[in-house]
Ligand binder design. Structure first.
Ligand SMILES: [Zn+2]
Length: 264
């Protein structure tokens, strides 16, 4: 979800340069709509410039006093030489409103500084985030996309461990196979079975290895299909072969799509 907020030049520039990482607002009805992973577009009231930030964490406090005690002054927009006084916020909000609603520390990061690791650290799924935000993390995958329906998508790995390394991912978020309903798991594996045969046929590899990880709080259920070629040794080392750059091969992509149609 996207939100809009206005800022004066001084705080705007501090967000822009990266020192201010917490935006403070009343915890009113409008702000209750903000969630982790959402985007806030800040507009500089004085110049109309705009910048986009990702919400990483939201912490509620009874008033600015507690918020100021908990947060570093630079992170809430003060400079080293300034004294942070929570009563400064009375120039934006009335005592009555602060008392009635409470306040929020909205932890933010400029969208261009966001990495998959940072999102995972804050419990935000990078895969879902990427989808909701025009592939801003992983880039456009139209040159890798083999198949898409309402349940799954299948695409070439962007950093393959072998030519033909393919990923099948659920459209909906499940953190791993344990969390996915059994009908979805069966659907994914039936599709994987079909894909493994197609990979073998197209790439003439000796075998295709399948793995999925249930390793963290904020994964996105996907399985990997990694070919092993005749010249390569058998065994689990195939799961961790060095990664390479994906090379777009239009002919292979079309071959996959036509074989998938045939096998349907
Ligand atoms: Zn997800």
């Amino acid at each position: 979800m996207k939100h809009k907020m206005k800022l004066y030049s001084e705080p705007y520039l501090k967000v822009l340069e990266g020192s201010k990482t917490i935006e403070m607002r009343l915890n009113d009805e409008k702000r209750k709509l903000i969630h982790c992973g959402d985007i806030i577009e800040f507009e500089n009231i004085e110049t109309q410039e705009k910048l986009k930030c990702v919400v990483l964490k939201i912490v509620a406090y009874p008033s600015f006093k507690e918020l100021y005690e908990a947060c570093d002054k630079l992170s809430i927009g003060y400079s080293e030489k300034e004294t942070a006084n929570y009563e400064d916020m009375l120039s934006y909000y009335s005592k009555e409103d602060i008392q009635a609603f409470g306040v929020l520390a909205i932890h933010i990061c400029k969208i261009e500084c966001v990495t998959p690791k940072l999102l995972v650290d804050y419990g935000i799924c990078p895969t879902c985030f990427n989808k909701e935000n025009h592939n801003c993390l992983y880039g456009d995958i139209s040159d890798k996309l083999i198949y898409l329906d309402e349940k799954i998508e299948c695409f070439f790995a962007g950093n393959p461990r072998a030519p033909g390394h393919t990923i099948i991912s659920t459209v909906k978020h499940y953190k791993d196979m344990l969390e996915a309903p059994v009908d979805v798991v069966l659907y994914v594996y039936a599709f994987a079975h079909k894909m493994m045969n197609i990979i073998k046929e197209i790439y003439q590899c000796e075998s295709v290895y399948l793995c999925t990880m249930c390793d963290g709080p904020m994964n996105h259920f996907h399985i990997q299909l990694i070919p092993r070629y005749a010249k390569e040794e058998r065994g689990s080392k195939n799961f961790v072969k060095p990664r390479n750059n994906y090379v777009y091969d239009k002919e292979k992509l079309l071959q996959f799509q036509s074989l998938l149609k045939e096998k349907n």
